[in-house]
Design a protein around this ligand. Structure first.
Ligand SMILES: *[C@@H]1O[C@H](CO)[C@@H](O)[C@H](O)[C@H]1NC(C)=O
Ligand SMILES: *[C@@H]1O[C@H](CO)[C@@H](O)[C@H](O)[C@H]1NC(C)=O
Ligand SMILES: *[C@@H]1O[C@H](CO)[C@@H](O)[C@H](O)[C@H]1NC(C)=O
Ligand SMILES: *[C@@H]1O[C@H](CO)[C@@H](O)[C@H](O)[C@H]1NC(C)=O
Ligand SMILES: *[C@@H]1O[C@H](CO)[C@@H](O)[C@H](O)[C@H]1NC(C)=O
Ligand SMILES: *[C@@H]1O[C@H](CO)[C@@H](O)[C@H](O)[C@H]1NC(C)=O
Ligand SMILES: *[C@@H]1O[C@H](CO)[C@@H](O)[C@H](O)[C@H]1NC(C)=O
Ligand SMILES: *[C@@H]1O[C@H](CO)[C@@H](O)[C@H](O)[C@H]1NC(C)=O
Ligand SMILES: *[C@@H]1O[C@H](CO)[C@@H](O)[C@H](O)[C@H]1NC(C)=O
Ligand SMILES: *[C@@H]1O[C@H](CO)[C@@H](O)[C@H](O)[C@H]1NC(C)=O
Ligand SMILES: *[C@@H]1O[C@H](CO)[C@@H](O)[C@H](O)[C@H]1NC(C)=O
Ligand SMILES: *[C@@H]1O[C@H](CO)[C@@H](O)[C@H](O)[C@H]1NC(C)=O
Length: 454
């Protein structure tokens, strides 16, 4: 094995390929390597992505990649980088291009039509932003994308994701994103610590709806996301297939348009078995969102959701604080749906209704706050009935649970749910198939009516 002294003596080019840490953390820190300062051209008419790629190649193993304090970097093209034992010191700003058709062209030209503008892979890869509010931002210029969305559209075509961290043993800290185009952070890999996040995907008053501006899409294992503020138009944090041992704590989620903390959607591809387990949400404030917590699985999907806790939620002006559906569909899309916006009524649009994702061991505890009674929902409806319509709901339902049969949902527990309608009417519940036999410690009565604790 190379000693650290030799590593820093021989140049980065010689090192590349000669030293490739495998799997486990090596204990190397970026301080052991050189610092590569990313150069900026200073104008958006020049693409700074090549400068990033060069620096990332130079410092790919054991180096520090420096975005200089207060400097603007124009990433006119997407970047990929594989970085091991590297600290990205993010003290400048990244700007995505402001030309919508140009970005769409890049997305259309990509294989599969899915682009992550910044795609980072590696082991022991840290991304360290700054607490200085005047710099360290990623600017997506999403507003014009939201405004360009036509009436009854659910987001224009060919939108890129902002970034993916497919990493192991890594720390992401102090990140700030303003007006992302759509999906913000995708996490893959394992052993990832995320701390101090600000996502501002709130539309300007009267502006278009910020469709699909998910804060975090997590398909990683052993993840901690702590201390975040997210204003957006979709899930703030959602755990997707493959998510395991994920702890999400101390968050503020605001709207209007936000969809809270979620599991799924799962089971959309009917042949693919999905797994999500050991998920813990705690100390979450939800303000003006459609949902506080949501579990969403498709009819006819397969898989298992196991051991999920939603604890200490403070909700205000939230339409459906606690929500679960095993009959999920994606509005405005005709593929793999249950029918053209028909949530109930037997139109399954070609999906075979022969299975569901099993959900077991879900605990909701210590919830307080109020339900949005007077102006429920958000501006994201493009179908009639609306995709989030719950037949019979009247702004007094703290809990809406729709399980597909008497065994599909088991070992659910509700403890100390003190969520009331803004009208001070009785708190209601809409509940389907949370059977007593499958849920011996349910803590409430599964009924369509007044919420009663047991
Ligand atoms: C990443 O951060 C962790 C925690 O602060 C630290 O232990 C590790 O050495 C850092 N790695 C690099 C490459 O800087
Ligand atoms: C990123 O890597 C993938 C896979 O190697 C490749 O298809 C894609 O073109 C790369 N993108 C960029 C911007 O280099
Ligand atoms: C460059 O910046 C100017 C001023 O902010 C903006 O009008 C223009 O659209 C930008 N061009 C691109 C390609 O982002
Ligand atoms: C935006 O990009 C498109 C496609 O690349 C190009 O044709 C057009 O001239 C650009 N618009 C501006 C204002 O630069
Ligand atoms: C991201 O980068 C990795 C490593 O360079 C590559 O294998 C992967 O295909 C890239 N993904 C995308 C979506 O570009
Ligand atoms: C993440 O990286 C691992 C190892 O490099 C690779 O096997 C996997 O396909 C990547 N996942 C995604 C979603 O890119
Ligand atoms: C998740 O945590 C459990 C319990 O601590 C542990 O047994 C399991 O190995 C962890 N999963 C992964 C993928 O590390
Ligand atoms: C359930 O998940 C929690 C939080 O992730 C974890 O601490 C606990 O060990 C898990 N329980 C089991 C039985 O795996
Ligand atoms: C609740 O949210 C709705 C938008 O969903 C908004 O119109 C209304 O003013 C809010 N009410 C309160 C009391 O904040
Ligand atoms: C309920 O649905 C699950 C998952 O599709 C299935 O395995 C189970 O047999 C069903 N149970 C009943 C009682 O229909
Ligand atoms: C909700 O409960 C009401 C009665 O309180 C009922 O009319 C309605 O059908 C129920 N909706 C669902 C989805 O259970
Ligand atoms: C609530 O209403 C729905 C139909 O809207 C029904 O399927 C379900 O069984 C009802 N729940 C109870 C506990 O009766």
């Amino acid at each position: 094995m190379l000693s650290l002294a030799i590593l820093s003596l021989i140049g980065p080019l010689a090192v590349s390929g000669a030293y490739t840490p495998q799997g486990r953390s090596t204990g190397l820190s970026s301080r052991d390597g050189q610092t590569c300062t990313i150069q900026s051209s200073g104008s958006n008419s020049t693409d700074d992505s090549p400068a990033f790629r060069d620096a990332a190649k130079q410092c790919a193993n054991g180096g520090t990649l420096l975005f200089q304090e207060g400097v603007d970097y124009y990433f006119n093209t997407p970047v990929n980088a594989t970085l091991n034992n590297v600290d990205i010191q993010f003290k400048g700003n990244i700007h995505l291009p402001q030309n919508v058709t140009y970005v769409q062209g890049i997305v259309n030209g990509s294989t599969g039509g899915n682009v992550w503008w910044i795609n980072l892979t590696g082991d022991n890869l840290n991304f360290t932003g700054t607490n200085n509010l005047s710099t360290g931002w990623v600017y997506g210029y999403g507003q014009q994308w939201w405004d360009a969305n036509p009436k009854n559209g659910s987001g224009i075509a060919s939108r890129p994701h902002l970034w993916r961290f497919n990493v192991t043993n890594s720390h992401i800290k102090n990140i700030k994103i303003r007006k992302p185009i759509a999906w913000v952070t995708t996490l893959n890999g394992r052993n990832i610590d995320v701390d101090n996040v600000f996502v501002d995907a709130a539309t300007t008053p009267g502006g278009g709806f910020p469709f699909n501006t998910d804060g975090f899409d997590v398909a990683a294992k052993n993840v901690r996301i702590n201390d975040f503020t997210i204003f957006n138009g979709d899930d703030a944090v959602t755990i997707n297939n493959g998510g395991e041992n994920v702890t999400v704590t101390n968050g503020f989620i605001g709207g209007p348009g936000c969809h809270g903390t979620s599991i799924g959607s799962l089971g959309q591809a009917q042949g693919v078995y999905n797994t999500v387990k050991n998920i813990w949400f705690e100390n979450i404030k939800v303000h003006g969102c459609v949902y506080g917590s949501r579990i969403k699985t498709y009819l006819g999907g397969q898989g298992i959701v196991q051991n999920v806790t939603f604890a200490n939620y403070d909700v205000s002006n939230t339409t459906f604080p606690i929500y679960l559906t095993q009959n999920y569909f994606n509005q405005g899309s005709s593929q793999t749906q249950n029918g053209a916006g028909v949530q109930e009524g037997g139109n399954f649009g070609g999906r075979v209704d022969n299975s569901s994702v099993i959900i077991e061991g879900v605990t909701y505890k210590n919830w307080r706050g109020d339900i949005n009674t007077y102006q429920p929902g958000d501006g994201s409806c493009v179908t009639d009935p609306c995709w989030y319509d719950v037949p019979g709901s009247d702004g007094t339902q703290a809990i809406v649970i729709g399980c597909s049969n008497s065994t599909a949902c088991s070992n659910f527990e509700f403890q100390n749910i003190q969520v009331i309608p803004q009208s001070y009417a009785e708190t209601k519940i809409n509940c389907t198939n949370l059977d007593q036999a499958s849920n011996p410690n349910l803590g409430i009565v599964c009924t369509n009516g007044t919420l009663v604790s047991t």
